[in-house]
Design a protein around this ligand. Structure first.
Ligand code: DGT
Ligand code: CA
Ligand code: CA
Ligand code: ZN
Length: 591
């Protein structure tokens, strides 16, 4: 069956191609639909197949035109209009737009003017000086393209966890319904919640491996079979590769431990095992301290193969760690950043969970570039069970598109509007702002505005290519600014799109701890900024963390999931995360 992720990807592609064609308005509508389709909690294809068209129309941002395309795609696997657009513009859109500063419009122009279809074409044109000759382009753009080509090439192959995880959830739901499957779960980077995913690893336990392999190959969502064998299969779903391995239930825990990785974690764990007379592999944990004697007694052990030694664990992953006298280690920690020592010492962190989050402190409304009213956003937050919620629209300033950010006068006006919603709301609604940090670290807000606001998020939106020293000074100055409560998306990176500022998270953490400023884990799956290792370094210095969605519409308050798992990769406990705190503690922190 068609997944929501796949549908969303088609509408994103649609939007790109229309934008390249200079079509107005429609691209925005398609992107909005794509975002809501992706965030939709149940597979939309089910509604199509059961003829429940109202359920499709009820999805926010989906009207008649889009719903008929959804139906067309689910039923035929194609959208005719999209196929036509693809023919008109046969370019590697995803590759080309990965270059910072090159969007779909630019791709359209470069195709029409110079016939550029691929990154190689683009490089050749830039090197020949042909780009600067195109109307609207200059030598600077040309140089920017040359500077960014390498980054665009290296990041091309990885998918955002925000795109891959919904697909992985669909695969699991499908496999768990297969009769022969006893257990199914994900492994690899997706189980560790890395922010980008090379491929989706899935593990199933069964006594009937071939039936399970066949079931995956027969899944409606599969676009291509890459390879298959008696106990494994690799398929392509949309642009994402899914690797299934089928194992004996008695070895499921061992296989899961092995295929979850990371490789570095496994290498260290195996060495830890060897030092204790144990051997670990994908079939189990084996006591090899007495291997020579065992071989004499038991002919099945002869040869020292992968199952040699006395097997002490393998059915469960807990058992694998327990065989080494270690507690089970959460997958997010398995990056060889001290987790095995911490486990041995009984000092694993008690990681933050989605249910611990009591509110969101960085969200937008239609007052700036958000899509919805304050009331609509707050209502969704209340429905989620939050205790508090901050509206933090963009202030005007460097990096904020003209007219979109709020002036001081408009901020004061919005504070009134927020107070009015707060009076009517069952949850506490804070008046916040997302202010801009200029290249030198200054935050431009008037004193009157600062006094009126409850929460100031300050974020870098401009000069994101400055050198590491300047970036460090800039961000520390913002952190130390007494008006600033939260440093928003500290690096400004966009995954697979731009690198953002080179930051020293330890130094930021030290400044943040000293000045009671929280560092944000921006949960937007395109950002995940800060990321795991940076969060860990900041928390080590005592920095408070805020996990915020930066939502621009109700559906994306769901992004909190990505943020929490990213914070877990940084060893964050609830106490480290200000928006898990009780309201009174949070308010003391904000003051
Ligand atoms: P990815 O897919 O690039 O985002 O990263 P992973 O970690 O999912 O890596 P992948 O898909 O190549 O392999 C899945 C897991 O299998 C990996 O995390 C650890 C395990 N694994 C794969 N190859 C090796 C290997 O050569 N040595 C060890 N120790 N483990 C491996
Ligand atoms: Ca993988
Ligand atoms: Ca793999
Ligand atoms: Zn921002």
């Amino acid at each position: 069956m068609t997944t929501n992720a796949e549908l969303a990807a088609r509408f994103e592609e649609f939007a790109d191609l229309l934008e390249a064609d200079d079509v107005e308005y429609k691209p925005r509508a398609y992107r909005r639909a794509a975002e809501n389709i992706l965030a939709h909690p149940v597979p939309i294809a089910e509604a199509v197949e059961s003829g429940d068209e109202d359920a499709i129309d009820d999805i926010e941002g989906v009207g008649d035109a889009i719903s008929s395309k959804i139906i067309e795609y689910v039923e035929t696997g194609e959208i005719e209009e999209l196929e036509e657009l693809r023919e008109e513009l046969p370019v590697d859109m995803a590759d080309l737009t990965r270059i910072e500063g090159v969007g779909p419009k630019t791709v359209g122009t470069l195709y029409r003017e110079l016939g550029i279809e691929t990154l190689d074409d683009l490089e050749a044109a830039a090197e020949a000086g042909a780009i600067r000759e195109v109307k609207g382009f200059g030598a600077k753009t040309e140089q920017n393209i040359l500077d960014n080509l390498e980054f665009a090439r290296t990041v091309g192959q990885r998918h955002l966890v925000g795109e891959a995880r919904p697909l992985a959830d669909d695969v699991l739901a499908y496999l768990r319904d297969v009769e022969e499957v006893e257990r199914a779960t994900v492994g690899g980077s997706i189980r560790r919640w890395r922010e980008t995913i090379g491929d989706v690893d899935v593990l199933a336990a069964t006594e009937a491996p071939e039936a399970v392999v066949e079931a995956l190959l027969a899944w409606d969502s599969v676009d291509d079979e890459i390879e298959s064998g008696p106990a494994k299969a690799s398929v392509r779903v949309g642009e994402i590769r899914v690797d299934l391995r089928v194992v004996d239930p008695a070895e499921f825990g061992a296989a899961l431990q092995y295929f979850t990785g990371s490789k570095d974690h496994n290498v260290r764990l195996r060495n830890y095992a060897i030092e204790r007379g144990m051997k670990l592999n994908e079939y189990g944990a084996f006591d090899v301290s007495d291997l020579a004697a065992a071989e004499d007694d038991d002919p099945t052990h002869v040869g020292g193969g992968p199952r040699a030694g006395e097997r002490v664990a393998g059915e469960t992953e807990e058992g694998m760690y327990a065989a080494l006298d270690l507690p089970w280690i959460p997958p997010e920690l398995r990056e060889d950043r001290g987790e095995i020592d911490a486990a041995a010492a009984g000092e694993l962190p008690d990681l933050v969970e989605v249910e611990d989050i009591r509110g969101d402190l960085h969200t937008h409304t239609e007052w700036s570039d958000g899509n919805n009213t304050i009331e609509e956003m707050v209502e969704t937050a209340a429905d989620r069970g939050y205790d508090y919620y901050a509206v933090a629209d963009h202030a005007e300033g460097p990096g904020v598109v003209g007219g979109m950010g709020l002036s001081d006068a408009e901020i004061l006006e919005q504070v009134e509007a927020i107070r009015a919603v707060d009076d009517e709301s069952e949850i506490r609604v804070y008046a916040g702002i997302e202010a801009n940090i200029d290249a030198d670290g200054a935050v431009d807000l008037g004193d009157e505005v600062i006094d009126a606001l409850d929460v100031v998020v300050a974020s870098p939106h401009s000069a994101l290519d400055q050198d590491p020293d300047s970036a460090g000074e800039r961000l520390v100055r913002a952190i130390e600014n007494p008006a600033v409560d939260i440093l928003g998306h500290p690096s400004g990176r966009l995954l697979n799109e731009r690198e953002g500022l080179a930051i020293d998270a330890g130094a930021l953490g030290e400044a943040a701890a000293a000045s009671d400023t929280a560092l944000e884990v921006n949960a937007n799956p395109r950002r995940l900024d800060l990321w795991g290792s940076a969060v860990q370094a900041a928390i080590d210095e005592g920095a408070p963390i805020a996990i915020d969605t930066d939502a621009h519409r109700p559906a994306t308050l769901e992004y909190v999931r990505w943020g929490v798992h990213t914070a877990r990769r940084g060893w964050a406990e609830p106490g480290d995360v200000v928006n898990t705190w009780e309201r009174s503690d949070l308010e003391a922190f904000l003051h």
